[in-house]
Design a protein around this ligand. Structure first.
Ligand code: 9MR
Length: 376
């Protein structure tokens, strides 16, 4: 009798937890529905990789099978001084991805923004020589990629190297090394982990200028025999940019060079912006004005509907070209996580992602699941 009393609660517990597993398996899931089409990815932050954000974690596990490092691998974080690396956050990110069996994207190796202040200059603040910068790039890439060798599916090797008109962005890397810095970065990454996939990643890719420049760059890398696996089209969108047709043209142009396409950083602002295509340059900032923050409490239904319709148009495009797309990644789990709330104007309330601040799916999630089933 006594044994019965002791074991019964244990049986009950085991039964209840098995019910929960079965229930989870039957919950609608983006990653499950999209199997065979493309990986469904999400950018994660420290609260998620440390599992403090339990509600966010639940959504990540349910809907996503790929993770990207939102901030923890940027050079100012991971390599703050020339002779000091800090892998605290990135180690946690990689362990998180492995624990939940996600495809892991390292973001990002060579980027002008969030660049460690020492990287391209000497102690007096003057640009270092060509030889010194090549050596620094090599050390940085070999150390970071080498540390996670065999554990990361692929790296955003070079991020945002072009302007809208297709000219090279005049970064310190470009100033000192000219266009050579791009093939060098890819070569170093390949040396450090020959099995890792290597990506070029940029925003506003619907612009003809960027499209042509990226096609040219991929073609040149390939002609030199340098590995590049995919072009990442960041999906930082507005309600009036990009035009889906132009985005599609770029997607097809990139695929045509023989690489995969990844849609890498999806979010769509609903807030007013001062110009039609604001891009995603973190350095662009404007002063806060009340009229620029029109939805501080909630989104009116008609506005939410317009947002969902436009987002659906893009997901339908991704599904149409799923044979060319290996991963689609949203830039954050819920609206509360998004960088958009503070860019290009600090302190606004935006609604750019697939899940709302209460961790509830927006109608777009249901729409994606329906579209997939229709196309199957
Ligand atoms: O979402 C990121 C935000 O939290 C950071 O403050 C910002 C600067 O590091 O970078 C954001 O992510 C950017 C990404 O790394 C590269 N493409 C543009 C993204 C939005 O700025």
């Amino acid at each position: 009798m006594r044994i019965y009393y002791l074991t019964f609660p244990l049986f009950l517990l085991a039964f209840l937890s098995s019910c929960k597993t079965v229930e989870n398996e039957h919950q609608p899931s983006l990653k499950t529905s999209l199997k065979g089409k493309f990986l469904m990815g999400v950018a994660v932050n420290d609260a998620q990789t440390s599992e403090q954000d339990t509600a966010g974690l639940r959504l990540i596990k349910q809907h996503f099978n790929a993770v990207a490092a939102e901030n923890c691998m940027k050079s100012e974080v991971i390599h703050p001084e020339e002779n000091r690396y800090d892998f605290t956050r990135s180690d946690r990110f990689v362990a998180f991805g492995e624990k939940y069996k996600m495809a892991i994207t390292g973001h990002t190796l060579i980027w002008h923004s969030q660049l460690s202040p020492w990287f391209c200059v000497d102690k007096e603040g003057k640009n270092v020589s060509r030889e010194v910068l090549i050596e620094r790039m090599k050390n940085h890439i070999h150390t970071v990629v080498g540390r996670y060798k065999g554990r990361i599916q692929g790296w955003d090797v070079v991020n945002e190297a072009f302007e809208d008109d297709g000219s090279y962005r005049k970064t310190k890397f470009y100033e000192i090394l000219g266009e050579d810095y791009i093939p060098l970065a890819f070569q170093f990454a390949h040396e450090a982990d020959p099995n890792a996939e290597l990506y070029y990643n940029d925003y506003s890719m619907a612009h003809k200028g960027r499209r042509d420049a990226v096609v040219r760059m991929v073609t040149q890398l390939k002609a030199k025999g340098i590995r590049i696996d995919a072009v990442g089209m960041q999906g930082h969108m507005q309600m009036d940019f990009p035009v889906a047709k132009e985005f599609e043209k770029s997607l097809l142009a990139f695929a045509n060079t023989g690489v995969q396409v990844m849609i890498t950083e999806i979010d769509m602002t609903i807030l007013p912006t001062s110009k039609q295509n604001i891009g995603a340059d973190v350095g662009t900032n404007f002063e806060y004005k009340k009229e620029m923050n029109p939805y501080p409490d909630a989104l009116p239904d008609s506005v939410a509907q317009a947002w969902n319709t436009r987002m659906e148009e893009f997901f339908n495009l991704f599904l149409k070209h799923s044979d060319k797309i290996s991963r689609v990644t949203v830039w954050g789990v819920t609206d509360a996580d998004s960088w958009r709330n503070d860019w290009p104007i600090r302190g606004r309330k935006d609604y750019p992602l697939l899940f709302d601040r209460n961790h509830q799916p927006k109608p777009i999630v249901e729409a994606i699941l329906k579209s997939v089933n229709k196309n199957n």
